[in-house]
Write a protein that binds this ligand. Structure first.
Ligand SMILES: *Cc1c(COP(=O)(O)O)cnc(C)c1O
Length: 371
């Protein structure tokens, strides 16, 4: 059963938060967490206080797995794992698990996170850059024929949404290596061929709520090839065997990802959110497009992200003024990434549609005032 998403405006003194992450969450989820922190299911024990081996946590964990499976649509040939730590941890972990000592991973360098991910990978294994986005100033993600041959690679790693630069793959690339995807900033935000991959990872704080925890989706057949000699806490296979709790897991984070995935699935899943997110993004891109070059996106039109809308202004002083004035208008978190500058508006699943309309109006007004 799908419940339509209610039109939301922030209540209780809350604001529109365009932050890239940690990011805005649905109030219904926050309110449920608030209740559960005091008392989970009438047990007299709160969410943060329940044993990770007790029946209440068993239930939360089962519910989290089920909700992730509902939101993802993935079948029984996939393993769902929760691991402590953010997305960045996984670049080296995936390398240790899936690249033999003399092997390598192929990387598409499409922006800051992909770049950092390749550096993390290189700390433990070799990599080969098969697409170098620096040469086009990261203005697009590669078409298949722009990606060099991946023969011999243990996997090809790419970032589906480049959160900083504001570019996004329309579909998984077709390359001759197993696909590994950093989907941290767009997982469950649209219909995407997850099944084309062997492993997908995302930390929580963008579309899934809590930071410091990651959701890993991995094909069982791929997991079977992992290095079995790793220390248990670095081994995905061990996490699978131990039900994502080889030691004390981040129980709160698992609950948050569970509730966020349930919220996404209950409201129609990625298919429904794709439509809502496209509308939110379109409102903001329209304001960019009618600004006669005042707002300057750096990406090609055909690679525009539906999640993180990034653009520059004519000067740093104008960026500062834009941020200051937008906050007065109740629009927060708009300053671009510190390495990229400009403005960035993230409109993840939980970001209310009306906020994107208000931002577009604000952009029109702000531009008019500078004329
Ligand atoms: C935010 C982000 C990261 C970093 O996530 P951490 O949880 O801070 O490690 C990695 N990749 C992408 C695509 C991101 O958007």
């Amino acid at each position: 059963m799908t419940t339509p998403l209610p039109p939301t405006t922030p209540r209780n003194g809350r604001v529109y938060n365009f932050s890239a992450g940690p990011a805005q969450m649905p109030e219904s989820v926050l309110e449920q967490l608030q209740r559960e922190i005091m008392d989970l299911d009438g047990t007299g024990i709160g969410l943060l206080e329940h044993s990770h081996r007790g029946p209440s946590y068993d239930r939360l964990l089962t519910e989290a797995y089920d909700s992730v499976r509902r939101a993802s649509g993935l079948g029984a040939d996939w393993e769902v794992l929760f691991l402590p730590g953010g997305s960045m941890q996984h670049f080296s972990l995936i390398a240790m698990n899936f690249i033999p000592k003399d092997g390598f991973a192929a990387f598409a360098d499409t922006g800051l996170w992909a770049h950092k991910g390749e550096i993390e990978t290189r700390a433990v294994r070799n990599t080969r850059t098969v697409f170098d986005g620096a040469s086009c100033r990261f203005d697009h993600v590669p078409a298949d024929n722009e990606i060099a041959d991946c023969t011999g690679a243990s996997y090809f790693c790419y970032c589906s949404n480049n959160t900083v630069e504001g570019t996004q793959f329309a579909r998984p690339p077709k390359v001759n290596a197993p696909l590994v995807c950093d989907a941290t900033s767009d997982l469950f935000s649209r219909e995407y061929a997850l099944d084309a991959h062997e492993l997908i990872f995302a930390s929580g704080q963008k579309n899934l709520g809590a930071s410091g925890i990651s959701l890993i989706l991995v094909k069982k057949s791929f997991l079977a090839k992992a290095d079995a000699s790793l220390p248990g806490l670095l081994s995905y296979a061990n996490f699978a065997k131990a039900d994502s709790r080889p030691n004390t897991p981040p129980t709160f984070g698992v609950r948050v990802i569970g509730l966020m995935s349930k919220w996404i699935a209950d409201h129609g899943g990625p298919k429904v959110f794709a439509v809502l997110n496209a509308k939110k993004a379109a409102n903001i891109y329209a304001a960019i497009d009618r600004s006669n070059g005042f707002y300057r996106p750096s990406m090609r039109d055909d690679c525009r992200s539906q999640m993180s809308i990034s653009f520059q202004l004519p000067s740093d002083a104008l960026v500062d003024a834009f941020v200051a004035e937008s906050e007065k208008a109740g629009l927060f978190g708009l300053r671009g990434h510190r390495d990229w500058g400009g403005i960035r508006a993230c409109v993840y699943n939980a970001f209310p549609a009306h906020g994107s309309e208000l931002l577009a109006e604000f952009m029109d007004d702000f531009k008019k005032k500078q004329a």
